[in-house]
Design a protein around this ligand. Structure first.
Ligand SMILES: [Fe+2]
Length: 224
């Protein structure tokens, strides 16, 4: 998706009117294309949880840090720091690892390799440290994660797990995180607007592709 922006002074007005609705619809589309959990084999369920964990455990804090480093607005940085403080203080990576192990879905080398290209693309993009684009990408990610939690929890339940701290926590806290990130986006757009010819959704599109690989693998999701 290519989204050109109008003049910078009014970019921040677009967040509520246009950008957030577009992000909501991308999330909705991803959720509507989830394979029906009851139709998945145990191996396909394990693969989704394994690939999700392979991406999220070691990268969420890294990527939120990239958003923090790229933000120019003094008002935005505390919003991102609060998010990081919660991730590290409550050790969300440990929570996720525990969730994956209990679901017999700890990532394998094949899980890591399945997401390798998509993951590298997102890492390199966020490493360019474009404040507005990076904050939007993470706002999208938080919004997706929150909507995805019920499905992830169902997969783990079908795997025989009773460990749901990770999905319970993220189904709730990411709603507030996502709203805060859209507020941060609006502020950053006012302080350091991006060039109107820049594709605001470049990082979102790369992350969406990675999420599609997490969900659908490389064509093997429905395999027995
Ligand atoms: Fe988290």
């Amino acid at each position: 998706m290519t989204t050109s922006l109008v003049n910078p002074p009014v970019q921040q007005d677009l967040v509520g009117a246009s950008v957030k609705p577009q992000i909501d619809s991308i999330v909705e589309e991803l959720i509507s294309c989830l394979p029906i959990a009851d139709h998945l084999s145990a191996s396909a369920r394990r693969g989704i949880i394994g690939r999700y964990t392979a991406v999220l455990e070691g990268n969420f804090i890294y990527w939120m840090t990239a958003a923090y480093l790229s933000a120019k607005s003094a008002e935005v940085r505390p919003i991102l720091l609060d998010n990081l403080r919660e991730e590290i203080g409550d050790s969300h990576p440990a929570m996720l690892r525990k969730f994956a192990i209990a679901a017999h879905a700890f990532p394998t080398d094949l899980d890591a390799l399945a997401v390798h290209c998509g993951l590298t693309n997102v890492r390199l993009f966020l490493g360019r440290l474009s404040g507005v684009q990076n904050i939007l990408t993470m706002a999208f990610f938080e919004g997706f994660i929150q909507q995805f939690m019920a499905y992830l929890s169902d997969l783990a339940k079908a795997q025989g797990s009773s460990e749901f701290v990770y999905t319970d926590v993220h189904g709730v806290c990411d709603v507030a995180h996502s709203q805060e990130l859209f507020r941060a986006l609006s502020v950053e757009m006012a302080v350091d607007p991006i060039d109107p010819s820049t594709d605001l959704f470049e990082g979102v599109d790369l992350l969406r592709t990675l999420i599609q690989t997490i969900i659908h693998g490389q064509g093997e999701t429905l395999a027995a």
